[in-house]
Design a protein around this ligand. Sequence first.
Ligand SMILES: [Zn+2]
Length: 429
Amino acid sequence: MKMFVLMWLACFGSASHAATVGQVLTYRKLQGHQIVRISGDSLDTFLSEALKAIPSLDILHRHSVGETRARVAPTDKEAFHSLLAHSDLEHDVEVEDLSEYLRAHDLKQQRAASARLEETCDESGCPAPLKSSYMTFEQMERYMMDLASNNPARVQLTSIGKSFEGRDIWMVHVSPDGSRISDSDSASPGSVWIEGGLHAREWISPSSTLHLLHERVTACDSQCDLDYYFVPIANPDGYEYSRTTDRMWRKNRAVTTRSDCGGVDLNRNWDYKFGVGASSDPCSETYMGPAAFSEPETRALSNAMSKVDNLKLMITFHSFGQAVLYPWGWTNEPIEDKEQLVRAGNAFADAAMRITGKSYAVENSAGGLYFASGATDDWAKKVLNAPYSFTIELRDSGMNGFILDASEIGPTAREVVAGVSALISEIRK
Ligand SMILES: [Zn+2]
């Protein structure tokens, strides 16, 4: 035993992993939660039945390819496995205890952190979005404020509203570069809206959105004649809750009619086909809320997006699954201008493949029988008539899902920058 302890110390250093209060809380919350991979032809039918029996079942990604992963709480394990046993689906438990899995992940991240580049983002300044770790909401705010004060001619930071718990929802407007601003006759050829962080646990989304914002401001090229509107962190309460208390939190932090089940899925709360593909059960991960735009976050986003002139392109970044999704999410009916949406989506996917070798599928938002209505992409397309509207699911393809290593921040950002540039070039042809 003594020898084992000595060997352990030699390998991992003298201090054991000192978990933060947030980590301890999240380990406790997720103790005994399983992640199960399921595949087979009857997946769609199975999932809709399973969700009826177990409303709190957490479907982790889309399943148009006949495979998905689900998170099951300890109280539902027996019921879920009994349903699986009576199905003809293939299934295996990928993660037996999410709490243990996270503990090991955090330890690995902590050890890797010491070997990484020194980066700063604190009271002394925040010159660039971090690549070595996922930023706190406060660090994101600091970065956006520094960016605005260092680039007063092009960058304007506005709070478009407050979250349920009173945090600011920040929008960064990047105007066309100086040469165009001085020419008052020349209007911008169009606007681009980029939304990040609508779902709390998808940390790579706000991270990639900030890196894209940084690139659009600091490496201005031929696409800088456009107006860009960035909302890098659309669900700040949920994000902070997923950092400090429950790593798998998805929704906002609204209080619902059920004291034991909080939060509304902000990507089911938009006012177009509200409720067609969403749950009315507050305990569901896809709870749509009591009414369309019931939530302060979606009201702020939709009000601000409505005011944008000549909106040509809307992208909302999510994870995971590596897919460029185009409308509709509420129906399987093909959209009229499918061809041009697919062409633009392929431009993103081809560029990502060229830059990092990662493959992104291009498909419509509704996968199989799984409809997602009341989402940003359908609303921007239908209500605002944005010619191009996409949900982009970032890394990874399922290996680690939301628990994505910080070492993937840099490569994902490069994929996003190259992909968005190629997409914009394609739609301007
Ligand atoms: Zn999402």
